[in-house]
Ligand binder design. Structure first.
Ligand code: NCD
Length: 329
């Protein structure tokens, strides 16, 4: 009989594990709860400085050489491009992938996708997902900074932050303004972050729309009294910001309500805006469905801040990236 050499008992070697993001001095912007009122002020000041530097074409590349991975698991123009632009302006190297060109199209799970992306040691991953709370989950386990570029119908924190920045820019002060969201509130992650932001600041937001889309008690149960459902035409004279929302057909909105009925009752058009204060501005996170939730004429009118709002995304995201990557603003 051959003798089997007796080997000392050894456990299998384990691969090295990178420290968690917080241990590396990195922060997340996965939800509004990651911010504070004091941070908001500093972010906006920094964003204003970036805006001026962009106008002069003199941006300082404060994040030079760091790596950003933008993982967009849902379509996006503004969020994806403005993040990539913000990263490149700050000197970062960037890689951007979408759902169709990632291995998720072959069935790889979101969690395995995160682990794979993290194995290349990026400094930040910006992620957009169909799935509710996916970025928040990633942030709790991640070794790099996680920024939420919009998750399901839950949150879109960076959008709400630059919306607030745009409102302050439009009115030239920090006073609280009445923001009225109109339409598909139920499916809107943008409203999700605005409600969380209002709760953090001790303010309120208002919404109007068909009963099916404004039945928001369950969605906002964590924020009692922060969002108030109002009657559109009656509230318009009190609104400072009129913010129609895209009807989210891809999430099943529009199946139970006829578009003709919707446009008659809730479309933001020239006739309806005559009820608003002369100083009221129009915003929209975009993309817009022209002549559905908003008339083309209003989109292109002088009181529309939609284009400026979208452009502000770049400077505000530059400030958010810096804060997440450990720069004290
Ligand atoms: C929004 C989104 O994706 O949540 N768009 C955006 O990021 N600017 C709103 C929408 O899709 O309607």
């Amino acid at each position: 009989m051959t003798e089997v050499a007796t080997m000392p008992v050894m456990s299998a070697p384990q691969p090295p594990v990178l420290p968690l993001a917080a241990e590396r001095g990195l922060r997340h912007c996965a939800q509004i709860a990651d911010c504070s009122p004091d941070l908001l002020e500093r972010l906006f000041l920094r964003a204003r400085a970036h805006q001026e530097a962009l106008d002069r074409r003199q941006v300082v590349p404060t994040l030079s050489g760091l790596l950003a991975i933008n993982c967009f698991l849902e379509p996006s123009t503004r969020t994806r491009v403005s993040f990539e632009a913000a990263e490149q302006r700050l000197g970062m190297r960037t890689i951007t992938i979408g759902a169709a060109d990632s291995s998720m199209a072959k069935g790889e799970s979101g969690e395995d996708t995160r682990r794979t992306l993290e194995s290349y040691a990026p400094d930040v991953i910006v992620v957009r997902s169909k799935e509710d709370r996916l970025p928040q989950g990633w942030a709790s386990r991640s070794r790099c900074s996680i920024i939420n570029g919009g998750d399901g119908t839950t949150e879109h924190p960076t959008q709400a932050l630059y919306d607030r920045y745009t409102i302050e820019e439009a009115f030239g002060d920090h006073r609280d303004r009445n923001i009225l969201f109109v339409g598909d509130i139920l499916h809107s992650r943008v409203v999700g972050s605005h409600v969380a932001l209002a709760a953090m600041l001790g303010t309120r937001v208002f919404c109007a729309g068909p009963a099916e889309w404004t039945d928001v008690a369950a969605k906002f149960r964590a924020y009692p009294g922060v969002i108030e459902v109002v009657e559109l035409d009656a509230f318009l004279p009190h609104a400072d910001v009129v913010n129609p929302l895209r009807v989210q057909f891809e999430r099943g909105a529009g199946e139970s309500i006829s578009l003709t009925e919707y446009c008659a009752g809730w479309q933001i058009n020239e006739a309806r805006l005559r009820r608003a204060k002369p100083s009221a501005i129009v915003m929209h996170p975009a993309p817009v469905n022209r002549d559905v939730e908003i008339s083309g004429g209003v989109v292109d009118s002088p009181r529309s801040w939609i284009q400026r709002q979208g452009g502000n995304g770049q400077a505000v995201r530059m400030a958010i990236l810096e804060w997440c990557l450990g720069i004290d603003l």
